[in-house]
Design a protein around this ligand. Structure first.
Ligand SMILES: [Ca+2]
Length: 265
């Protein structure tokens, strides 16, 4: 193969790799907010207002009651349902812009969480914690990337806005990711970690396929109850202090996050 052909092949493979990641739109959402000005939460994920509804870099039209959401309180939570499991590794966010009522309704400080069951939510490491107030005439999104998490639900908890006392608003949100790969027999060896016995009572052997990893155990309220460093291979984890019940074990290494259910007898 000629050198240039070889180089083109590599570039093309790289291009395919990048394009495997694409826009993931929620299919529904539930929120603690009450909408006002005739706005509905669906306006923030149905693509209405985006000049190119399939693009994470598209501009969003001037915000109005038909393409954005305004709440009656500043703080609130929105749980976006992706419909099925995706490996999410980024997001685009279009804040309330100068179409109205005013840019100071825009979302300011936030916290993002992910969940596979819509009940237990864990924090997304590296997700954005603030969004800028939109400048007049600026309708482009803020874009963020983070270490991928496998999620069916993404929670955005709004803590503050940009100064308006009567409520918060934003125009659109969309996620960057790909459908979570189904683990086949040939993929078993790339599983991040395994645990046995499970159900367990006193000790769990955690087998890690990565160097320098951590396992975090959360109870069903999302509270972390154990945190332990792992080395490659088998690690013994004492769980005798945990009461009987269902827990989530979250494995974190440099490039891999994986979550499994752990049952304590
Ligand atoms: Ca919109």
């Amino acid at each position: 193969m000629k050198k240039t052909t070889y180089l083109m092949a590599i570039l093309f493979a790289f291009y395919l790799q990048i394009n495997a990641q694409s826009m993931v739109n929620p299919v529904s959402a539930t929120t603690t907010y009450t909408g006002t000005y005739g706005t509905i939460i669906e306006n923030t994920f149905n693509g209405v207002g985006l000049e190119t509804p399939t693009s994470l870099t598209s501009n969003h039209d001037q915000t109005d009651e038909y393409n954005s959401f305004i709440s009656t309180t500043v703080a609130g939570t929105v749980d976006f349902n992706l419909g099925s499991s995706y490996d999410i590794q980024g997001l685009s966010f279009w804040n309330q812009n100068d179409g109205g009522p005013a840019t100071n309704f825009g979302v300011n400080s936030v916290a993002f969480f992910y969940s596979l069951d819509g009940v237990t939510y864990l924090p997304i490491s590296g997700a954005p914690t603030t969004f800028l107030e939109s400048a007049p005439g600026v309708y482009a999104p803020e874009q963020f990337t983070f270490t991928a998490v496998s999620a069916i639900y993404i929670r955005m908890q709004v803590l503050t806005n940009h100064g308006e006392p009567s409520g918060s608003g934003f125009a659109e949100i969309a996620f960057l990711g790909e459908p979570t790969p189904t683990v086949g027999i040939k993929d078993q060896k790339v599983t991040a970690f395994s645990m046995y016995p499970n159900p367990a009572s006193n000790n769990v052997v955690v087998s890690s396929n990565y160097e320098k990893a951590t396992i975090e155990v959360y109870d069903m309220t999302g509270k972390q109850v154990l945190n332990r460093k792992l080395s490659f291979g088998n690690n013994s984890m004492n769980v005798s202090a945990l009461s009987s019940g269902v827990y989530l074990a979250r494995f974190v290494s440099n490039n891999k996050i994986d979550t499994k259910k752990l049952i304590i007898k």
